[in-house]
Design a protein around this ligand. Structure first.
Ligand code: ADP
Length: 478
């Protein structure tokens, strides 16, 4: 079954059959046409022949008054010669429907009443050709020209002749035409094989090339190897594009894995250093133990935070993980975020202000949306100056809501602004590390906002402050 399926799905075979059909169907139609037209021509020629022979005999019949006495050796001989030539029977009927002459000599003197004879007496010649029984039946009137009285049908000649000779010619003709068709079929098969092969060769070459290429093949090589046909060239171009995308995805994955390993290793290395120095010191004072243990505990917290952030990011990355969307009061969501972050701001005397221009309800995934906005407000506090301020504003139009997070912080250098949403990217690594950053916060924010079909925009001035604007549609469309 599988083999048969493969055969039907083979392009080469399909092309082969199409060429074969395109070649053979007209050839067979021509064959049937030739034989049919010959048959029609031969039958009509035979009819004309019989008609003219009978007409000439009927003239002689009239001149010798044969219909009345039915006795003329000359006519009898002529009629029997005629029936021999056409391998048939000729019957002559007079106006009383009595058979005057029958070349088979079986029905003379009998009455012949057939629809054809009656029709013929009414002035309509009849012809009946039976293809299967191979005979031709004709009735021809014997017309007497009566002076001054027009014409009168005084008898009918019924000719029943065999068409065997025509059919044997047709059989011979069929044999010859069949031979020609067979020669033509062989030519068509050869053409079909060559053509189907030549059309599919580029695809085979392509398959072979793909099988040969190693991982290091570059996009240019792929496109260069398949320039034979524009179709394969287009396939090669798409294939090269796909390969390019896969390579960049793979590169990003490798970078991510190496970043993750590095980030997870850093706290472990610090802990190892702290533990080793305590061991090597032998009798270290209790305060030193406490201090080192406190540092180790901070490193564990840091490791924990990186792992948690990574988990959040992975969850957001899973495309099949559907967001849990529900209609929520955004004012309420932001108020909760502000309440939770207030203590951190107070520690550095940073003023946290929330301004809501209008009440906004929207379709959101509460957990992911909260995470996204929290990260932005937390960053605004973290990268702020002591005694600074953070201003959060909520507004909306008929379609979207806008959340603006503005701070009086250290700002972001212009050349770094495009990279801040990258995973593990930090403008100042050591500063960010000091204040507990993992470099994943903005990546999480961006993914969560994208999940809501929204956008995040940032403007910043170094030393003066940063503004993030989040736009999210009020209605979530899947
Ligand atoms: P981190 O965990 O280091 O804060 P993020 O992804 O949240 O990581 O931010 C990436 C980097 O962008 C930060 O390290 C910081 O340098 C910069 N950044 C983010 N928000 C602000 C801000 N409001 N003001 C100044 N710099 C910021």
């Amino acid at each position: 079954m599988k083999g048969l399926d493969e055969v039907f799905h083979s392009l080469r075979l399909r092309i082969f059959f199409v060429v074969l059909l395109v070649g053979m169907i007209p050839a067979l139609c021509i064959k049937v046409g030739i034989i049919k037209s010959y048959e029609e021509w031969a039958i009509s020629a035979r009819k004309i022949e019989i008609q003219s022979q009978c007409n000439s005999v009927s003239n002689q019949l009239l001149s010798e008054n044969y219909l009345f006495h039915g006795n003329s050796d000359r006519i009898d001989a002529e009629l029997s010669q005629l029936s021999n030539i056409y391998d048939g029977r000729i019957v002559i009927v007079d106006s009383a429907l009595k058979i005057v002459e029958d070349t088979y000599d079986t029905d003379e003197g009998k009455t012949l009443i057939t629809p054809e004879v009656i029709q013929c007496f009414q002035g309509h010649n009849t012809e009946n050709y039976d293809e299967n029984a191979r005979y031709l039946e004709m009735t021809i009137p014997i017309i007497n020209n009566v002076e001054g009285n027009g014409q009168e049908i005084c008898g009918v000649m019924c000719a029943n002749v065999s068409t065997d000779s025509i059919h044997s010619t047709i059989e011979q003709l069929t044999l010859k035409v069949d031979l020609l068709v067979m020669i033509f079929a062989v030519i068509v098969i050869v053409v079909a094989v060559v053509f189907s092969r030549s059309v599919t060769v580029p695809f085979k070459k392509m398959t072979d090339s793909i099988a040969e290429w190693g991982e290091e093949v570059d996009e240019k090589t792929i496109v260069k190897t398949m320039t034979e046909y524009s179709e394969t060239h287009l396939i090669a171009e798409s294939f090269a594009r796909l390969l390019g995308k896969m390579k960049s995805v793979d590169k990003a994955r490798q970078e991510f894995v190496s970043n993750v390993s590095h980030e997870l290793k850093t706290p472990l290395t610090s802990m190892k250093v702290l533990a080793d120095s305590l061991i090597s010191m032998g009798d270290a004072p209790a305060e030193m133990y406490r201090e080192f243990m406190t540092d180790m505990s901070e490193e564990i917290d840091r490791e924990n935070k990186i792992i948690n952030d990574l988990l959040s990011l992975v969850k957001l990355d899973k495309t099949e993980a559907k967001p849990v969307i529900q209609q929520m009061s955004i004012n309420h969501v932001i108020e909760l975020i502000m309440k939770r972050l207030k203590p951190i701001a107070q520690k550095r005397n940073i003023e946290l202000v929330y301004e809501s221009i209008r009440h906004v309800t929207a379709d959101i995934d509460e957990v992911k949306f909260t995470l996204a906005i929290s990260n932005l407000v937390e960053n605004a506090i973290k990268y702020n100056k002591d005694n600074g301020w953070v201003h959060v504003m909520l507004n909306a139009d008929h379609k979207d809501m806008y959340i603006t997070i503005e701070d009086s912080g250290i700002g972001i250098p212009n050349d770094c602004i495009d990279d801040i949403f990258e995973r593990f990217y930090r403008v100042d690594k050591s500063h960010s590390r000091e204040i507990g950053g993992t470099g994943l916060g903005l990546a999480i924010t961006k993914n969560a906002i994208l999940m809501h079909h929204g956008t995040v925009k940032v403007t910043s001035k170094e030393g003066e402050g940063t503004t993030f604007v989040v736009r999210v549609p009020l209605n979530y469309i899947e």
